[in-house]
Ligand binder design. Structure first.
Ligand code: PSU
Ligand code: MN
Length: 293
């Protein structure tokens, strides 16, 4: 990994929370490998990030990926968790927030994920807003995602991204994607139509040096590949009600709702989630290849 970075080769950072907590076993390991292969197939070097025995690893090897995918005691590490987890010497999976922070520190400019964390529904009473947002506000990295997870309050998340000064660019669209759905029903101000156009935005951002935060590239699924919207809305309503009834809070909320989706749609949401991640990995690799080192 260090050699690839030194040589100025295109590198794409990948998070490990998707593997450890976002996707069910045993598919998660195969998907983790597929994501990395997709990055390679499109001209970049994959760097899955995580913590192994208290060490931050940029570029997990296959044995590390197996550990992430199999472990019951793999902690979910946001940026604030990194130091205590390192001191305790544990294994941990990094979220969007911690992966972005580590990637930027390591000199990796492009990062692919599924969907960002954001403002949860009923955040006006729970104050539940993912640390992904505040971290992206101060982290110079390009994050390719399919918007924010549709389990969240999407318009509130877009408002917070605006407040925090995070640049949001639709890929081939001015509509903000809805993760499992092609369109969240909300607009964005900017779009880019090719990896080269995204690279031009990244260059301009660096040259002007006035906005230090992330550039979010929101890459929608084609309508033909989205989850059936009626099924989506039904399963979401049911999942939110169950999470409330079972008093699920804090960092458990996201994995709980994603697991509910995968069960209640009998794997349909899982297949869509995997497609989202692979498409984002491909686009991120093409952006990394187009971007100047
Ligand atoms: N996107 C996915 N699956 C996931 C996540 C995102 O398709 O599992 C993870 C990311 O790691 C993201 C985290 O940073 O969920 C957000 O969790 P929280 O809401 O607790 O911050
Ligand atoms: Mn939260």
């Amino acid at each position: 990994m260090a050699a690839a970075l030194d040589a100025g080769r295109p590198v794409v950072a990948l998070e490990s929370t998707i593997v450890a907590h976002g996707l069910p076993r045993p598919d998660n390991l195969a998907v983790a490998r597929q994501i990395e292969q997709t990055v390679r197939d499109h001209g970049a070097v994959p760097a899955t990030i995580g913590m192994i025995g208290g060490e931050v690893v940029v570029g997990l090897d296959d044995a590390d990926l197996e550990r992430m995918a199999a472990g019951d005691d793999v902690a979910k590490l946001s940026a604030r968790d990194l130091a205590p987890a390192a001191a305790a010497g544990v294994d941990g999976a990094t979220t969007v927030a911690s992966t972005a922070a580590i990637a930027a520190r390591a000199g990796i400019g492009v990062f692919a994920t599924g969907g960002l964390g954001g403002v949860h529904r009923q955040a006006e009473t729970s104050f539940d807003e993912s640390a992904d947002l505040a971290t992206l506000a101060r982290t110079p990295v390009c994050v390719v995602c399919a918007g924010v997870k549709s389990i969240l309050d999407v318009p509130a998340t877009l408002e917070r991204l605006e407040t925090l000064g995070v640049t949001v660019v639709g890929y081939g669209t001015r509509r903000f994607p809805g993760f499992y759905l092609a369109d969240s029903g909300h607009e964005v101000d900017w779009s880019a139509g090719s990896p080269e156009q995204v690279a031009a935005i990244l260059d301009a951002r660096r040259d002007h040096g006035v906005c230090g935060g992330a550039v979010v590239v929101a890459n929608p699924l084609p309508v033909s590949e989205q989850l059936d919207p009626a099924l989506h809305d039904r399963v979401l309503a049911d999942g939110l009600a169950r999470a409330a009834a079972e008093h699920v809070t804090g960092k458990q909320v996201t994995p709980h709702l994603l697991a509910h989706f995968h069960e209640a749609t009998e794997g349909q949401s899982l297949a869509v989630n995997v497609r989202i991640i692979l498409r984002n990995a491909e686009l991120a690799a093409r952006i990394a290849a187009a971007a100047s080192p």
